[in-house]
Design a binder for this molecule. Structure first.
Ligand SMILES: NC(=O)c1ccc[n+]([C@@H]2O[C@H](COP(=O)([O-])OP(=O)(O)OC[C@H]3O[C@@H](n4cnc5c(N)ncnc54)[C@H](OP(=O)(O)O)[C@@H]3O)[C@@H](O)[C@H]2O)c1
Length: 367
């Protein structure tokens, strides 16, 4: 029944430079995990910033119009016998396969390797990022394959602190607690809409648990996010199917390359005022949307913008504490008329074609 065939020598030679380096001692996650348990460590006590990163391969199948499925949550076949064989060959060469819960629920994938000669030992470890534990793993294909000895039992990454780390009932696998990134001021991580775990945390945790290489298979959110973080990715393998899926499909695309604030602000310059948080009243348009990035200090900057027109309203920098915000006053027409531009800061991020409008400091002025 398997459509998976052995790759030719030429195909293997072609893929060779893109494969993870082979671990000298074969697969070793179980051993590493045992060591961790012997030391009495739990998910909460283990530091996740200790041990480097695994080799990361991003793979996905795309249509000619860069779509990976017909609509959100619709499983869409974009592979043929050749690409399927390559996928199963690649799976056998990785310690783990990772997907997001947005793929696990609709696709119910097996994530094992049916390549000729694959044994249980050479199967990759399935890893599902499911922060809110939305997925019913017990009735999944992954559970079935693990119980039949045709695949390893999955690891499920979640953000429910109270559950911590637990073994999955009866058939192996485990839930792994990882903290979500700091929620914007005024929201606990539980009340925040999104419970995002830093990708560096996810990858370092896998490495810590013996995963030297991970093949990331989707879906759109996971792939798009990682395409924006080339420093974490070693190889990208995209197969392109000769078909158009049409508008409304799910696209894969990294974040814009132009600094987000400049797009949201609608101009190359912004003028900012540092004010107490209590001084700002949003009087129309509802709750602002937000996103977060890391500033030069490595600390978080939480940016708030109008969800309808994307105008950037204010941001709150972790370095300045929770009670102070930076309001973008120059976006208001009357503020532009009232204030002269005294100096430009962060000139290093300015678009190269923009003329200087005042004394420019590459970052902040010297104190
Ligand atoms: N053609 C292909 O190669 C291919 C491959 C795979 C999937 N697909 C398709 O892609 C579509 C699914 O894409 P998708 O974007 O909806 O789903 P996805 O990327 O598989 O999963 C997204 C979800 O995973 C969780 N997640 C991802 N990154 C996280 C992080 N850093 N921290 C915490 N949670 C994180 C979040 O769950 P919560 O929502 O619970 O917060 C997020 O909404 C499906 O239609 C599927 O068929 C296509």
């Amino acid at each position: 029944m398997s459509e998976v065939r052995e790759l030719s020598d030429a195909e293997k030679t072609f893929l060779e430079p893109y494969l993870p380096p082979r671990a000298a001692d074969g697969r070793k996650e179980a051993a590493t995990h045992n060591v961790r348990e012997q030391h009495g460590e739990t998910a909460e006590t283990v530091q996740t910033d200790g041990g480097g990163l695994p080799f990361v391969t991003l793979t996905y199948a795309s249509s000619l119009d860069s779509m990976i499925s017909l609509a959100p949550g619709i499983r869409t076949t974009l592979s043929g016998p050749e690409t399927k064989s390559m996928t199963h060959f690649l799976r056998m060469h990785h310690d783990a396969i990772l997907i997001g819960v947005g793929t696990a629920i609709p696709d119910n994938p097996g994530l094992n390797s049916r390549y000729l000669g694959a044994t249980l030992d050479s199967q990759p470890r399935p890893v599902v990022v499911d922060p809110k534990m939305r997925w019913d793993v017990d009735s999944s294909k992954l559970a079935q394959l693990a119980q039949e000895g045709q695949g390893k039992a999955p690891w499920l990454i979640h953000t429910r602190h109270e559950l911590g780390e637990e073994a999955l009932r009866g058939w192996g696998g485990r839930r792994v607690f990882l903290p979500s990134e700091a929620a914007p001021t005024g929201q606990t991580s539980e009340s925040a809409k999104c419970e995002t775990i830093a990708w560096s945390t996810i990858l370092k945790t896998l490495k810590r648990d013996g995963v030297d290489s991970v093949m990331v298979e989707g879906g759109a959110t996971v792939i798009s996010t990682l395409l924006s973080m080339p420093e974490l990715v070693n190889t990208v393998i995209v197969t392109i199917a000769p078909t158009w899926l049409g508008q409304g499909g799910v696209t894969v695309s990294p974040a814009p390359k132009v600094q987000a604030g400049k797009i949201l602000g609608g101009g190359a310059f912004t003028m900012n005022q540092i004010i107490p948080k209590t001084a700002l009243k949003i009087t129309s348009g509802g709750e602002p949307s937000n996103y977060q990035y890391k500033g030069d200090s490595g600390k978080s900057v939480n940016c708030y913008y109008c969800p309808k027109c994307t105008t950037h309203i204010y941001h709150q920098q972790e370095v300045m504490g929770p009670d102070t915000i930076i309001a973008r006053t120059a976006l208001l027409p009357e503020a532009r008329k009232k204030f002269e531009v005294g100096a430009e800061i962060y000139g290093k991020d300015k678009m190269s074609w923009e003329k200087e409008i005042a004394t420019t400091f590459q970052t902040l002025p010297p104190s």
